[in-house]
Design a protein around this ligand. Structure first.
Ligand SMILES: NC(=O)c1ccc[n+]([C@@H]2O[C@H](COP(=O)([O-])OP(=O)(O)OC[C@H]3O[C@@H](n4cnc5c(N)ncnc54)[C@H](OP(=O)(O)O)[C@@H]3O)[C@@H](O)[C@H]2O)c1
Length: 289
């Protein structure tokens, strides 16, 4: 297969535009479609082919990259064009859930298309830089045959045949990211309420978060073993005793505690259940419904 296989891109928001630009820059003939047609103009100026309808874009090429707001928009765009899907490989980089990906894979198969689901672990300016990595799941043959194109966007990480795996890992990684954002916003709110500019504080926070970057690997060891009591250096009872200080300080400084509040009740329950001598990681047991 040529390194410059032609590709169609449906969806030219911030991310779809970055993907299409990367394809053009790498020399792939690229056909683009977007609901709001004017967003295609800068890409047309860079040599993209414009498609008037999603069907025209799908017909144009075997590889069809879809990057829309959500799965509802993907369904709205693709559903009227089932007659042109056979023989195509749909690469859906729209954020969604494992269940949505599985449903979409079945739907695509019903219409004769291969389906790869993807999760983009990058923001648009990172696309086609060494920092970007993208997660894929679906048939390995479809992944391998699409790989020269996928590698244009960033490092391609294939997770397996089950269609939902990319969305699962994507949402799990974003969960970690939002946890960091929650903590960062609370930290900034605290210092700002005391008159400390967040720009002055940010380097200290980055240093501290960097020091904590080994936590996921250490926690994962305990969690996979189901052993929350070995190698404990900061026991849960101690952490649960200190945690109310966040709420009290927030009150003293006149800010909300709602971002951090949920962990407090989980810690208390775990201590009450007799796990105070263990590590905080045991809280994961309370998350299983
Ligand atoms: N931006 C990021 O940092 C980032 C990072 C990783 C993953 N993602 C994921 O990438 C996907 C696209 O994100 P984005 O940043 O490109 O979003 P965006 O800039 O808001 O663009 C949304 C795109 O979806 C289209 N769209 C929305 N509803 C539609 C509908 N009902 N019918 C047809 N088209 C519709 C929009 O078309 P119009 O132009 O006509 O409105 C536009 O092309 C999302 O699933 C997002 O979660 C984004």
């Amino acid at each position: 297969m040529s390194d410059h296989e032609p590709v169609s891109v449906l969806g030219l928001g911030a991310m779809g535009t970055a993907l299409a630009e990367a394809l053009l820059a790498a020399g792939h003939p690229t056909t683009v479609w977007n609901r709001t047609g004017a967003k295609a103009d800068p890409l047309l100026a860079k040599g993209a082919n414009g498609a008037n309808t999603p069907a025209d874009a799908i017909i144009a090429n075997r590889l069809v990259v879809v990057c829309l707001l959500d799965y509802d928009s993907v369904r709205q765009v693709l559903a009227p064009h089932t007659d042109v899907l056979a023989g195509r490989t749909l690469i859906n980089l729209t954020n969604g859930t494992p269940g949505q990906a599985e449903e979409m894979a079945e739907w695509a198969a019903d219409h004769g298309a291969d389906y790869l689901d993807g999760g983009i672990m990058a923001v648009p300016p990172m696309i086609a830089t060494p920092a970007a990595f993208l997660l894929y799941s679906g048939p390995s043959g479809a992944f391998e045959s699409s790989r020269p194109v996928l590698d244009v966007f960033g490092e391609s990480i294939y997770l397996g045949n089950a269609p939902g795996l990319a969305a699962l890992h994507d949402l799990a990684l974003l969960s970690g990211m939002y946890g960091m954002i929650i903590g960062t916003l609370q930290a900034f709110a605290l210092v700002r309420a005391a008159g400390v500019p967040t720009t002055e504080f940010a380097p200290l926070l980055s240093r501290w978060l960097g020091n904590m970057s080994g936590w996921p690997a250490a926690a994962a060891e305990q969690i996979d073993k189901g052993d929350y009591g070995s190698g404990v250096v900061s026991n849960l009872a101690m952490q649960a005793a200190a945690y109310p200080n966040f709420a009290t300080a927030a009150e003293e400084l006149g800010i909300s505690f709602e971002l951090l509040a949920p962990l407090e009740s989980l810690m208390r329950r775990r201590v009450a259940d007799g796990h105070g001598h263990e590590d905080l990681t045991g809280v994961i047991e309370l998350l299983e419904k």
